[in-house]
Ligand binder design. Structure first.
Ligand code: C5P
Length: 229
């Protein structure tokens, strides 16, 4: 099996904690079985690129999940800032203008387009003025994002097989909204188990609270790796 397909390389742990010290302690407690970590808004606003650099210095891969969504010039300039750091994956919202601007400036980083946040359901979509189905919107955003230059897509596990079918094998698919059977759903709406997400065609599963809030995070990570193995 190629190294990147090994179960432990397909788990990205979301370091949704407030400080670099907490993030690095968590990463250290999960290494060596976890080697891919996601830095999101909360952590980045406190620790900036320093925490990304500290993770890559430890040999980990980093996903920077700041979900850029702005005018093309701003997105391109922000994306260009990634070039001085070892960021494997970065996220933007899946609007063609935004994706194209990020793709143009991405350097070695792969750009993943967020289709529809996994916390949103049909009701929220209707409230935001979209009349179609959630699956239609996810596939539309996935296809237009790939056409605009994205390397892959972030989508819920419930839409993963549809997106995989629409985009083929070349696109990277990363799915948050992962909940092992014994976990709370928290604020996620469109969830599935680790195994179901991988079976649906995800390359990566992104897992936060089921690991970070577990009594024993390393054991929770191990159980998930075993489940997808
Ligand atoms: O704790 P939990 O497993 O729900 O964390 C999921 C992580 O994935 C969070 O960091 C969240 O910001 C991120 N995410 C998401 N839905 C998306 C994109 C990213 O939940 N569409």
């Amino acid at each position: 099996m190629p190294a990147q397909n090994q179960p432990r390389h397909r788990l990205i742990v979301a370091l949704d904690v407030p400080t670099a010290a907490q993030a690095l302690a968590l990463a250290d407690s999960l290494a060596p079985q976890v080697g891919f970590f996601k830095v999101g808004l909360q952590l980045f606003l406190d620790a900036g690129f320093a925490v990304c650099d500290a993770l890559s210095k430890r040999g980990h891969k980093v996903m920077l999940d700041l979900k850029f969504h702005d005018i093309p010039q701003t997105v391109a300039l922000a994306t260009a800032q990634l070039a001085n750091h070892d960021i494997a994956l970065a996220t933007v919202h899946g609007y063609p203008q935004v994706v194209a601007a990020a793709a143009k400036a991405k350097g070695r980083t792969k750009i993943l387009a967020v289709t529809v946040l996994t916390s949103l359901g049909h009701e929220e979509l209707a409230q935001s003025g979209f009349a179609g189905t959630l699956a239609d919107l996810v596939v539309l955003r996935a296809e237009t994002s790939l056409a605009a230059g994205a390397d892959g897509i972030v989508c819920s596990p419930l839409e993963t097989s549809l997106v995989r079918k629409a985009l083929g094998t070349k696109a990277v698919i990363a799915t948050p909204g992962i909940r092992p059977l014994d976990s709370a759903r928290d604020d996620q709406t469109r969830t599935a188990t680790p195994q179901a997400a991988i079976a649906a065609g995800a390359d990566y599963i992104i897992v936060g609270r089921p690991i970070t809030k577990a009594a024993d995070p390393a054991a929770a990570a191990r159980a998930i790796i075993d489940e997808i193995g």
